[in-house]
Design a protein around this ligand. Structure first.
Ligand SMILES: Cc1cc2nc3c(=O)[nH]c(=O)nc-3n(C[C@H](O)[C@H](O)[C@H](O)COP(=O)(O)O)c2cc1C
Length: 187
């Protein structure tokens, strides 16, 4: 199998990270893989914010948890996520926020493609990652505008995906099961 397919097939989401920081050269290559993603009408409706200030990532994760805790249904559905030790951003030493242009109707999809490019690139470089949307409610809390400012997200953009990046602190998980029955052919 060629290396591209191998990387696509072998990539796993990881949810525990070593404190060891990502090498600057690797980070640059991963961000470039994001920038090289295709986008509708080549709109490139994205902005990437690299956060290597763990205190900020921890505050954003905690704010999202507080938002979830207000919903009694959430506590029933996903109680583990409300445990004090659960970190929504998994303590990753680097978190890249991928923000999309709010006025571009394709931003969600385009940013999703960019973040997956980054996940595959990270895997190809021996790094591990997790794409995360569960921290987004942090931006709808009273501290949301402060987080946007702290992250330096430009006017007119909104955070769409967090990309937790680093080195896994645990053995890679077994592949998550894939649906088999999701292809039909018309020939
Ligand atoms: C758009 C998107 C959002 C995701 N959000 C989260 C998340 O909030 N928390 C999390 O732990 N994993 C998240 N994941 C990771 C998925 O749970 C994971 O991709 C899926 O279970 C398949 O596992 P794999 O990535 O190891 O193949 C997300 C993945 C995608 C593509």
């Amino acid at each position: 199998m060629n290396e591209v397919l191998q990387a696509i097939y072998d990539r796993r989401s990881v949810r525990a990270f070593k404190p060891q920081q990502v090498k600057e050269d690797d980070l640059t290559l991963i961000l470039e893989a994001g920038r090289q993603a295709p986008s509708a009408k080549n709109g490139q409706p994205w902005h990437f914010t690299v956060v290597q200030r763990k205190s900020l990532s921890d505050r954003i994760g905690a704010a999202a948890k507080e938002a979830y805790a207000k919903d009694p249904e959430f506590a029933k559905k996903s109680p583990w996520m409300l445990k004090p030790e659960f970190n929504l951003l998994y303590g990753a030493p680097t978190v890249v926020w991928v923000s999309g242009e709010a006025s571009n109707p394709n931003a969600q999809g385009d940013c999703g493609i960019a973040v997956e490019n980054m996940a595959i690139a990270a895997h190809s470089l021996g790094l591990n990652s997790c794409i995360i949307i569960s921290a987004l409610p942090a931006f709808a809390t009273k501290n949301g505008p402060t987080f946007i400012k702290d992250l330096g997200i430009p006017e007119g953009f909104k955070p769409m995906y967090a990309f937790a990046l680093g080195y896994t602190a645990a053995p890679l998980p077994a592949p998550a099961p894939r649906k088999e029955d999701c292809v039909n052919y018309v020939r």
